[in-house]
Design a protein around this ligand. Structure first.
Ligand code: NAG
Ligand code: NAG
Ligand code: NAG
Ligand code: NAG
Ligand code: NAG
Length: 386
């Protein structure tokens, strides 16, 4: 029976020109043609594919690479599934003729990097599924051809420590962003600002200590759980991260949610406690306190000098220096300001005679973290040039 069905399909495809590839099923439902070749032991994309195919399913095979000729001239293809193969290589321009393609499924393969030219030509792409690969790098221009069309991007279950955030921030039509189960440590402030259609953002199981309150989150209601959340809202999932529960996370604690199992990793007295059970008052920041600064520093004119300043606080304070003339010192030809608070002057001059001021600041204001600059001044006794 199956054999007969097969022959009929074969005939149907043959009538349109190209025979159906061996072991595949070809459904010629006029006017569109679908070719289904899942679990057929393929090692390559078959050459005998009708170029007018609209849907092509090649999942659960042993394809290791996609090449330019594989999908050449398939300008009518809308849906391409390559899930669960062993693809580790995308050769340049492999997808460049697929200008109408809407969905590309490449999940459960062995991709490690996405380069700028891999997805060139996919000018209509809506769904890009790259979950469950071994991705550790995505080039900043890899998504350029579909920045304004993409609705759904799935990067979950990869090895990404770095995400091309600037690119993500330009996916203006994106509705769903899955970045869960990666190694992401940082989300830049304001990266989601222009993603007005974002409805689902999954950052579960990464290495995030904090998530900054994005302007987008202030405009639309943010929920921590999808169940019962209104349509025009954003569902944000962030469990399984080593959250540092200080005042900077208070905004997150104030989201609407159902009880869930997110925990805090630090500070010590909140570690392993359930995020949603900790009262708001316990999300505290500590204002900076200068703990160590250089004593009188003596430097010979023309010689290097090193001024030190250390501050404690939660979050880690940022240290800035003001010169004796009252200027904020930045990295320049003569001076380097290090994140640990040290100021290095490589050639001291008479201008450097006087008091340098070290300023340590952090987000410490236990009142909801909206006052971002709590400033503390301290003077380092004079730097003498002999
Ligand atoms: C694609 O079309 C070009 C021009 O019509 C032709 O030369 C080429 O052989 C085609 N390639 C495939 C794989 O069909
Ligand atoms: C000081 O730094 C500048 C810029 O980095 C460099 O050109 C110069 O050679 C340095 N001078 C000394 C003495 O290290
Ligand atoms: C200044 O340069 C040093 C060394 O390159 C770097 O570690 C530091 O982060 C820079 N400081 C600023 C404020 O950019
Ligand atoms: C701060 O960092 C710089 C550069 O890494 C280093 O040279 C300096 O010794 C450090 N200072 C302190 C106080 O640890
Ligand atoms: C530097 O500070 C000390 C004490 O804080 C003060 O006595 C001294 O006059 C200051 N020096 C200058 C040049 O402002």
């Amino acid at each position: 029976m199956e054999r007969l069905w097969f022959s009929v399909l074969l005939l149907a495809a043959a009538c349109r020109g190209q025979p159906c590839p061996k072991r595949c099923m070809c459904q010629s439902l006029s006017p569109s043609l679908a070719i289904l070749c899942s679990k057929t032991g393929l090692l390559f994309v078959p050459a005998a594919i009708d170029r007018r195919t609209v849907e092509l399913r090649l999942q659960e095979n042993f394809i290791t690479a996609v090449r330019k000729k594989d999908f050449a001239n398939m300008t009518g293809l809308l849906h391409l599934t390559l899930s669960r193969n062993t693809i580790s290589q995308i050769l340049p321009s492999a997808f460049s003729d697929l200008r109408r393609l809407r969905a590309l499924h490449l999940d459960s393969n062995r991709l490690t990097v996405i380069k700028d030219d891999h997805f060139k030509g996919l000018t209509n792409l809506r769904h890009l599924i790259l979950a469950n690969n071994q991705l550790h790098s995505i080039s900043p221009h890899a998504f350029d051809d579909f920045l304004s069309t993409l609705e759904d991007l799935d990067l979950s279950y990869n090895n990404l420590a770095e995400v091309p955030w600037e690119t993500i921030g330009r996916l203006t039509n994106v509705n769903t962003l899955n970045m869960d189960h990666n190694l992401i440590e940082n989300v830049p402030h304001g990266v989601f600002t222009n993603l007005h259609k974002l409805a689902r953002l999954d950052m579960t199981s990464n290495k995030l200590k904090k998530i900054p309150p994005d302007p987008l989150f202030l405009r639309i209601p943010v929920y921590a759980k999808s169940k019962g959340s209104p349509l025009s809202s954003l569902v944000l999932s962030f469990g399984g991260n080593p959250l540092h529960c200080n005042c900077e996370l208070l905004w997150l604690r104030r989201l609407t949610r159902e009880d869930d199992l997110e925990t805090c990793a630090s500070p010590p007295d909140l570690s392993a406690k359930y995020f949603w059970t900790i009262p708001e008052e316990e999300f505290i920041c500590d204002p900076p306190v200068l703990t160590r600064k250089s004593p009188l520093t003596v430097a010979m004119e023309g010689h290097p000098a090193s001024l030190k300043c250390k501050a404690n606080g939660d979050p880690e304070p940022e240290v800035h220096w003001i010169s004796p003339e009252g200027r904020l010192i930045s990295n320049g030809s003569r001076t380097l300001v290090f994140p640990n608070g040290s100021l290095e002057i490589n050639v001291t001059s008479l201008k450097d005679l006087g008091n340098f001021t070290c300023i340590a600041s952090n987000a410490a204001d236990t009142d909801c973290g909206t006052v971002w600059n709590h400033v503390q001044l301290n003077h380092v006794p004079g730097l003498l040039c002999l």
